[in-house]
Design a protein around this ligand. Sequence first.
Ligand code: PMP
Length: 430
Amino acid sequence: MRTLKNSKLLFEQAQKSIPGGVNSPVRAFKAVGGDPIFVKRAKGAYMYDEDDNRYIELINSWGPMILGHGNELIEKAVADALSNSLSFGAPTAKEIEMAELICEMVPSIEKVRMVNSGTEATMSAIRLARGYTGRDKVIKFEGCYHGHGDSFLIAAGSGAATMGTPNSPGVTKGTAKDTLTAPFNDFEAVEQLVAQNENEIAAIILEPVAGNMGCVMPKEGYLQSLRKLCDKHGIILIFDEVMTGFRLSKAGAQGVYNVQPDMTTLGKIIGGGMPVGAYGGKKEIMDYVSPQGPVYQAGTLSGNPIAMSAGIEMLKYLNENEEVYTQLEQSTKYLAKEIEKVNASLGYNYTINQIGSMISLFFTEEPVENFESAKNCDTARFGKYFQAMLDEGVYLPPAQFESWFISTALSTEDLEQIVEAHKKVLTSMS
Ligand code: PMP
């Protein structure tokens, strides 16, 4: 049996100086019960806690560590960059390399601006969409999460959903009234909102494959219909690919579904584990950003040389080794299939949504295609499952409304071990 003595002590100490003891809410394990585990280090497919327990990694920093921990190419690039100083606040050649790589890999992006997080990317993107169109309102989808910018904390997924605060205090009524929401995968609802707000909608923003209400794929033709609607009404279509970018393909979800947004927001993988985000898109829109255009957006540490070095190495690797995506898909499909087999043998028909290296096991037997259906899940049961999986040495994202993130570091034996753990845990819960 694991001991968690050091984690417990650290959590007690952390709560005295850090709100809730954590620097991002889901880390507190509120949705699954129990105390958070404090991490000491990670390598490859494994993470080790402060009591030296080992876990197979299915969270991977919520996505960035798609090649597993301690990738040698990335670490070497960071080490090389370190000797030239940590930050300049002046332009560098690395920023051009990064921008060119992104534009090459994601063809809908003609110009791109680097920021420091996914939140910054989405906040900046909608400011730009508003400035460019001269309109105020945006449409987002229930259960999609776009970071913690005020405009997005309306019916938000991820931690905001599991913490039961989908509409956060502190967001003014003025801001909230400019965010309209529709159910994911319901095209008619969006059409109606657009009709009711003719010439007032600046942007429609969505996760083209949602990951923040668990993994939820768009229905066939849904993204194409949104594209057409935006074209008809002069609305900027923003794909928030902070999670799916460079994960579902080297051109993200837009590469898989073959739909070109006007703008794309990026984060996670783009920094290789460093704090990085980016927003980009059509030239004429991006040229509206300061200093070329009137929409202001800036950052002291934006384009940071260490972060760029890590990100460039990550993207170069993915660009040059496209077979990574086949491998990731195979591993994830294997997990989906084997988990489903175990479930069936125990008489459960739980919904599993999987695409590429994103997968969610929902504790409901109903299909999950929007936030409403995701909420059918037995979250208490997920909490028990999560804790029992930890006991078996498997570290899942600590909430039902999240996707698991598969990395290339997982070996066949690791995958088998995850399935074995699932079997043992679900059997004990039957
Ligand atoms: N958009 C999406 C789709 C995300 O998944 C996230 C984070 N999980 C964000 C935006 C916010 O990114 P960050 O946490 O880096 O601010």
